[in-house]
Design a binder for this molecule. Structure first.
Ligand code: PGA
Length: 236
């Protein structure tokens, strides 16, 4: 894992947007996996501005969603579906055939996971994977304890994730379950950017840097991989 320090959130966001643009310049139909949450907002805003200013051709780019809350209507403000539409797909008018997202309302979760696995087998590997880190070290909804050989799966969310997740919604929500790409899918990506922003992430980043890799700290999966960049505005 390479550590890249940035002096501000703006600088970190700019660097992530540049990496997205570089991936597309390198490969017109790059497959980019997009995380949601507060962390990548600045990067997506910068990416949208850059694409609009330069006219970069993104008509072949493919986006895949990292995860989704289960049992929430997609139009709910805090869903990953809604987030990605607000920050990426709508501003750049990206049509549906250019993105693949989990359906958090799917009746058959096994089938939903199989469909995502098939998509990645056919369209993958992911060229650029953008990740945040959860307060408990989760990656997507790969919560502490998730075996690293798992591919897409539905999961009971940890207490921490259920509480922290409330911030994305307008009203208290029941956030018991999620669906996510698995650790095995993540590590296959050609390039991985793990973003950690803000002082509230200091403790978990410190743990990541100090602890031996193990499933209790999902982000530690990335620790011994050369194609991972920890991008942070924290002093680490
Ligand atoms: P955040 O969420 O970007 O809103 O901090 C990160 C995560 O939980 O993975």
């Amino acid at each position: 894992m390479n550590i890249e320090n940035y002096t501000s959130y703006a600088a970190l966001s700019k660097a992530v947007a540049e990496a997205m643009i570089a991936a597309i310049k390198n490969k017109k139909d790059a497959l980019i996996c997009v995380a949601t949450g507060n962390t990548p907002i600045g990067a997506y805003q910068q990416f949208v501005l850059d694409v609009q200013a330069t006219g970069l051709d993104i008509s072949k780019v493919r986006f895949v969603g990292l995860d989704e809350w289960l049992n929430l209507a997609p139009e709910n403000i805090g869903t990953c579906y809604q987030f990605l539409h607000n920050y990426l797909f709508n501003p750049l008018q990206i049509p549906q055939h250019q993105y693949k997202l989990f359906n958090g309302l799917a009746k058959d979760m096994k089938a939903e996971c199989s469909a995502m696995n098939e998509y990645l087998d056919l369209e993958g590997p992911i060229d650029l994977l953008l990740l945040g880190i959860g307060m408990n070290g989760h990656l997507g909804f790969n919560e502490p304890g998730t075996p690293w050989h798992y591919r897409s799966h539905a999961i009971n969310l940890s207490e921490t994730t259920q509480v922290v997740g409330q911030q994305y919604f307008n009203a208290p929500m029941e956030l018991k379950k999620g669906i996510t790409l698995g650790p095995a899918d993540l590590v296959r990506s050609k390039k991985i950017l793990l973003m950690a922003n803000g002082i509230h992430k200091q403790t978990i980043v410190k743990r990541l840097l100090e602890e031996e890799p193990g499933i209790d700290l999902p982000a530690s999966l990335l620790k011994n991989l050369n194609h991972v960049h920890l991008m942070t505005d924290l002093t680490v």
